[in-house]
Write a protein that binds this ligand. Sequence first.
Ligand code: GLA
Length: 372
Amino acid sequence: MEKEIKVASPGRINLLGEHVDYNDGFVLPAAIDKCIYLSLKANGSNNRCTIKSRGFDSILVANLNALGQGTEGWHNYVLGVLSEISQISDNLKGFDCEIESKVPVGSGVSSSAALECGLAFGLNELFNLGLDKWQLIKLSQRAEHNFVGTKCGIMDQFASVMGKERHLMFLDCTSLGFKYIPVQIEPYRLLLINTNVSHNLATGEYNVRRKQCEDGLAIVHKKLGIEKSFRNVTMDMLDASKKLLGKTLYNRCSYVVEENARVLQAVEALNKNDLTQLGRLMYQTHEGLSTKYDVSCPELDFLVNFSKDENDVLGARMMGGGFGGCTINIIHNDKIDAFVRQLSVAYEEEFNIKLSYFQTVPSKGTSIMKME
Ligand code: GLA
């Protein structure tokens, strides 16, 4: 009988360090307790693959010898992974896969990385490809670059694969060195509040932001002769280059420099268990993302502003790529119900949209569930 495996691959949160993974920055993500589940088995064919998604109620049939762009959104994540694996291994063969997702799509918790990494992880196991975790992370990122077209950083794929229960990860996106940081926030909780909007700007604008930061960095590098990395850029340098940068690039770059500094402060705050300071930093990040990096939207701003009046919310900010999706909140356990009730009413009154929300805890990364 063909071997069958089941993989659980989680979405992710990010406490601080937004839009800096592709800007030589530091991030503080964790895998969450919501996963995409993939059942995989070899089907005896050399190159025929079928991938069935329960959520989308459709089947993708792929030929490993002729991998082209897909016709539905989720197809390209799958096809991209198959294409990237085919380029580094000759051992991939035909398989049948069934996918069931518990990770909300378009919510900023990276269901896409969960899918890519889960598939890569499962195929690695099924066909004994011998790829290590970093190879799986990087090929999943390349799938997104080359097939989906989003020039994403490494954070999402990293968090999905490397997640650990009750720990955040402090990742240096330049060296790829990382540390697990235990999270002790009782009686507070991590609450994700979903705007339930996902403005379709996301992919295009993401790549635009990335290009703007590259352009800004090139200008500072040329003017001041520094090494081309945001790690070497200070606010003084940006001020000295302000005219050349112009308003937009100055704003983008100053957000990056400030956010990188904030992550280091957040790590200090976590080490001291200073949740108040952590919350303050989250609000600052939101402000920067909204006014300087320009990736928020009225719905996200509304949620964050509302929480500022509630003392039991220590911090709140938009999370992920932006233009919709979730905010991440640190909130006192006793206040969650009352807060969400009030907020839902206000939000619906303002936008005529229903909120949804869920608590989460840092959880383990992509793993095999069952072997037969
Ligand atoms: C998306 C990308 C990540 C990261 C975040 C913003 O989730 O996939 O690489 O850039 O946006 O922090």
